[in-house]
Design a binder for this molecule. Sequence first.
Ligand SMILES: Nc1ncnc2c1ncn2[C@@H]1O[C@H](COP(=O)(O)OP(=O)(O)OP(=O)(O)O)[C@@H](O)[C@H]1O
Ligand SMILES: [Mg+2]
Length: 333
Amino acid sequence: MPYILAIESSCDETSAAILTDGKVKSNIISSQLQHSEYGGVIPELASRLHQQQIIRVVNQALKQAEVDKRQLDAVAFTRGPGLLGALLVGTCFAKAYAFGLGIPLIEVNHMQAHVLANFLNPQPPAFPFICLTVSGGHTQLVLVRDYLDMELLGQTIDDAAGEAFDKAAKIMGLPYPGGPHIDRHARQGRRDFYNFPTPEVGAKQFSFSGLKTSMLYLLRKGLQEDPQYIEKHLDDLCASYQYRIVSILLDKLEQAALEQGVAHLAIAGGVSANSELRSRFQQLCQDRGWTAHIPAFEYCTDNAAMSGIAAHYKYLAGEFTDLSAVPFTRGGL
Ligand SMILES: Nc1ncnc2c1ncn2[C@@H]1O[C@H](COP(=O)(O)OP(=O)(O)OP(=O)(O)O)[C@@H](O)[C@H]1O
Ligand SMILES: [Mg+2]
């Protein structure tokens, strides 16, 4: 029955969670809203804000869980992928904390943690399953054979799905991060307003940079004819754009599931908070007779609870990390 403190600092959320025997006792998330005025994450600012927040966030996680630090069995941290300076804050903090308490350190791969967020659900997926991980920096199709046995089937060759949302939102003048804003506007819009193109890439590859460019050209042309073009058509633009992203994601996921003969499917990552993706994913699985798994909203975007569940399985498997571990910024699973 391990008591685990997990720390996540890969991008712009400082988060700490306490898990006891794989159950979340607390999950504190401090989001760095300061980046919104720059329209994207400023890496050095992210590192500094993690430094400011990390002790408060960890103490709050312990307090809310009613756990004393001397009860902890291990300290987990996100080793990568992510922003180097941001990862270093969590890594150094976790090392010092584990060393001070004389307990083991566990490194967590952030993309595995996104997938394993599905195991925080009361009804987790059965193995093997395919997970579509869609976040701010990644778009991956992952074959999950066991908690810690994952194979990357395919990924994006350029932008991630979250970037496609955020960049289009930025050129439409919406605040950062734009995904939730596009989601909200799309609910009132017509998805057949504009037919955004489907990229021609390999069966298990994704590409979103062309989609963003076609949005840019559409807006340029529209604004030449009418300076109010964006305001007038914002809902329809969002609905058409989101429809295409979700269609691309689900088509590839469906093909991968058919090819692998897998009947259990999951989605994960920040974009899995998207309402159209969630509902069409569930519909697809219902139509095909597949089981559909989606993390609760709070476990879709970055959070330490998902790192904690990954660390829980690593603890049980006896996979610990040396104090000399250094973060990595890029890479798969
Ligand atoms: N409702 C939504 N619809 C679409 N996108 C959304 C929604 N909610 C959040 N997102 C997107 O999710 C992304 C953030 O997700 P997440 O926190 O998992 O990514 P990240 O940690 O920045 O990237 P990575 O995990 O790849 O390192 C942003 O691009 C954001 O716009
Ligand atoms: Mg993430």
